[in-house]
Each structure stands twice: as C-alpha cells, then as structure tokens.
Design a protein around this ligand. Structure first.
Ligand code: SF4
Length: 348
C-alpha cells in the first residue's frame, strides 16, 4: 500500500470511529444498523463532504427529522425550523445546504439572500407547505378582509409573501395571543389552529381563528388508542407531542411543544419511558444526545425528509443542478422577508 493510500485509509478509520461513537445509539434508521462496517461505508463520503464544505465556505443546516448520518456526519447546525432560520440569517457562508424540506431552504434564501442556497432533493416537499398556494390565500384574504394573516413557517415563500406575520411551533402560541387583532387567518395547519384555539381559551384570550385545511402527513396519524396502549404497557411513560398533532392527542399528552421544546422536556425530566409523537428523526437525536433515556417505538417517518441523503448533499455541493439551487423573485422575496422579520421582532 502506498503512503497516500495508507494515510487515506487511516483517515477513513478515524472518521468511522467518530461516526460510530455517535450513531451506535440510534435504532430507528429504517433498514440500517449502525456498526463499524456501516460507519466505514459512509466515512469516505462524510470526509469528502466536509472537505468540500471548507473549500466552498459552505454551511450545512440539518433539520432534526433527516437521517442521523447527515446530522452527525456533516451537519454544522441541527434543530427545528426556528433555530435553523436564525442560523441561516446569521450565517456568513457563501453556500448554504439545507437538508430538510424545500420550504425551509426558501426561508434560508430569504434570510441570507447573498448566499447560494441549495437543496439535496427538490422533491423534499411537505404536505403542509403544499396544501395552499399564494392564489388560494389571496382568495381567503378577500373573504376575511379584516383578519390579520398569520402563517406557520411550514409554507412556501409565495404564501409567506401574502402573510402579515410568520410563526413557528416554538412561538405560535405567544405571538398569536399577543396580537391586537381579534380575527386571525391562520395557514396552513388546521390541526395546529385547533391547538391554538384551545391554548387561547386556556389563557383567557378572545380571538377568532380561521384556518385553511392543511395537515402534516406524520403528525395527523397519531391516535388516542396508541397513547392508551403505551400507558398500559409502560406504566409511568410520558407522552410528548408536537402541536401539529390532533387536538385530542394534545389533550392526552403530558407535554406539547415544538421540536426543540420536546427535546428540552425530555432532557429536563426523568421518566422511565417516553412516547414521542413526532417524526423518528427526533427520537434518533435524543437517543444519541441523551442515551440514558428509554423511548417507546411509535414515532413516524416523513417520506419527504428521508429524501435527503449524503450522496445528494455531496452532489449539491460539488456541482449543483439548476433544480437544486433555490431562487426567488425579488419583489416576492421582499414581501416574504417582511413577514419573517415581523416574527423575529415579536418573538424577541
Ligand atoms: S414531518 Fe410533516 S410538517 Fe414536517 S416536512 Fe414532513 S410533512 Fe411537512
């Protein structure tokens, strides 16, 4: 073996060990078991991506729902939409790779207009974001001309451009409760709107929430039966849900919060078991970062988030195809950015 080949093989071995230390705790990657062999398989690719990242002054933002080898292998920042949107805003990078859903990459482009923003897979959509177009929102606005328009961040830039204020699952309840307007047109998540109504009643805040009809393909699927069975089989289990779940699920859960808040809740409590009613990627993150905790299966996979892969990230960094590059029309981007800036002001 030549000196160069030996050096490369040593680098791969070190990288495989680094990956193994992190990924060995993950047990819900579909069809994949993390051991030294599987880590050796991906190590050359993570090394290549990390080299490309430096060469192109790029950052890789990874949503908690993408595969753990992306988050821990090549990601610079990991988290939920709100956290990552702040990282996109503050990034001083020439290139931002957004491993998540396309609407998130659009948000990154709005907040870092000077950077080239690329997505690994253009098909990584979202049932919420795809549930309403800008034209449909304009029609709703005409029906409710006095309503303030609040959009959940899981929507397209076109819908953000038609909205007054953007919110995330981390700040939706506080921001809407603090608005002066009585009538709120909330898009695109019908189930989050239901949870919002319940929260406003609990706070004694009088508002009329009108919503469009979108749902998240992952969070709408959880059932009360699943919770009842988990509580029976695992006494003392805590049920932790995302506000994209149905209202009856939110009412039965011990805790409801954004992806980041769900993680904080698990880290700060000490239950014998946790049932996480969300995407499996979050459970993988918790398994890596808090390996002492026990999680009951029951999470679900988002088919869109799982379209992201190391190979596609490498290609997007090396020589992005046109369909991987996010572009937004200037006037629309200006309007969409205003609604996100409003969120940062109100959240502060
Ligand atoms: S988990 Fe739901 S909200 Fe998130 S990207 Fe998938 S479909 Fe959209």
């Amino acid at each position: 073996m030549s000196m160069l080949a030996r050096e490369n093989s040593d680098l791969v071995e070190v990288e495989a060990l680094r990956l193994l230390r992190l990924l060995m705790h993950v047990d819900c990657s579909p069809g994949r078991k993390w051991n030294m062999d599987t880590c050796r398989e991906i190590a050359p690719l993570t090394l290549e991506i990390n080299r490309l990242k430096k060469a192109r002054n790029a950052v890789i933002l990874t949503h908690s729902y993408v595969e753990p080898e992306i988050i821990y292998g090549v990601g610079d920042f990991k988290g939920d939409s709100y956290y990552l949107s702040k990282k996109a805003r503050d990034a001083k990078a020439d290139v931002i790779v957004f491993a998540g859903a396309v609407f998130m990459a659009e948000t990154a482009k709005l907040l870092s207009p000077g950077a080239q923003v690329v997505v690994p897979d253009r098909q990584s959509g979202c049932t919420l974001a795809d549930s309403i177009s800008g034209a449909e929102l304009r029609r709703l606005k005409a029906t409710y001309p006095d309503a303030v328009v609040v959009c959940y961040i899981n929507c397209t830039a076109e819908v953000k451009a038609e909205s007054d204020i953007c919110v995330t699952s981390a700040n939706v309840f506080d921001i809407v409760a603090g608005l002066t307007e009585k009538q709120v047109l909330f898009v695109p998540d019908r189930l989050m709107a239901d949870n919002l109504r319940t929260d406003l009643v609990r706070r004694g805040v009088d508002k009329e929430i009108i919503s469009s009809d979108g749902t998240c393909i992952v969070h709408e699927e959880f059932t009360a039966t699943q919770i009842a069975e988990a509580r029976k089989l695992f006494p003392g289990a805590r049920v932790v849900a995302h506000p994209e779940c149905r209202a009856e699920i939110a009412q039965l859960a011990d805790y409801v919060g954004s992806t980041g808040a769900m993680m904080d809740y698990v880290r700060s409590t000490n239950a014998p078991y946790y049932l996480m009613l969300t995407e499996c990627g979050l459970v993988s993150r918790l398994a890596v970062e808090d390996p002492e905790k026990n999680f009951i299966g029951g999470c679900r996979l988002c088919p869109y988030m799982k379209l992201n892969s190391l190979e596609k990230i490498r290609d997007a960094l090396l020589n992005p195809r046109t369909d991987q590059i996010v572009t937004l029309e200037e006037e629309l981007a200006g309007r969409a950015t205003r609604c996100i800036d409003r969120m940062f002001e109100l959240a502060a």
